[in-house]
Design a protein around this ligand. Structure first.
Ligand SMILES: [Zn+2]
Length: 190
């Protein structure tokens, strides 16, 4: 298992922390000092975990950002705790689904969207699902990062794609109607 130091924290997560929590490098250092004062027994790992949680709280409703944070949490527990990170990866994927649901809600879109799996090339389970497309329903739970997963954390992701018919053509909800020929203007007098 790797050791998590303050330097690793700064280099791997500094950008993300600044973007989400608005803490510059200097402010982060100050924040860490305060944290250590309040929690003298806590480790840098504990501090990172508290930052993850603050980032989640700060980004409510921003599904794609939260998906990224949960993914980082999955990587973190797998690499620095030696634990299976898929619990957090499932939360990350759920936020990708939430985002797709929000973006396709309302029925005003001209195409029908689906969510396609882009599989982790190192996970045998995910590879068997690569390219599978799911309708974006309210109860969609992707069958990824579950007990069938062969990695400590799955790196699967999804892509939103328009639904196609069996010939590979995009299905449009509002196909242009065939227009009736307009009356010739002199028909008016008939
Ligand atoms: Zn997997």
């Amino acid at each position: 298992m790797k050791t998590f130091t303050y330097n690793v924290l700064k280099h791997r997560h500094g950008c993300h922390i600044e973007k989400v929590l608005g803490l510059s490098e200097q402010q982060l250092e100050e924040d860490f000092k305060q944290y250590q004062k309040m929690q003298p027994d806590a480790s840098v790992k504990d501090y990172m975990w508290s930052l993850f949680n603050r980032m989640i709280l700060n980004t409510a409703g921003n599904y794609l950002t939260q998906s990224g944070i949960y993914h980082s949490m999955a990587v973190f527990v797998a690499e620095y705790d030696g634990e299976n990170g898929n619990k957090f990866k499932r939360m990350s994927l759920a936020q990708e689904v939430n985002n797709a649901q929000i973006e396709t809600a309302g029925g005003s879109q001209s195409v029908i969207w689906e969510l396609e799996i882009i599989a982790d090339p190192d996970c045998e389970h995910a590879k068997s699902l690569d390219g599978t497309k799911f309708p974006i329903t309210n109860d969609l739970v992707l069958p990824l990062a579950n007990d069938d997963c062969t990695r400590e954390f799955c790196r699967c992701t999804t892509s939103r794609v328009p639904k196609r018919d069996e010939d590979g053509r995009i299905i449009f909800k509002n196909r242009p109607q065939v227009q009736k020929p307009k009356k010739k203007f002199w028909d008016f007098w008939k």
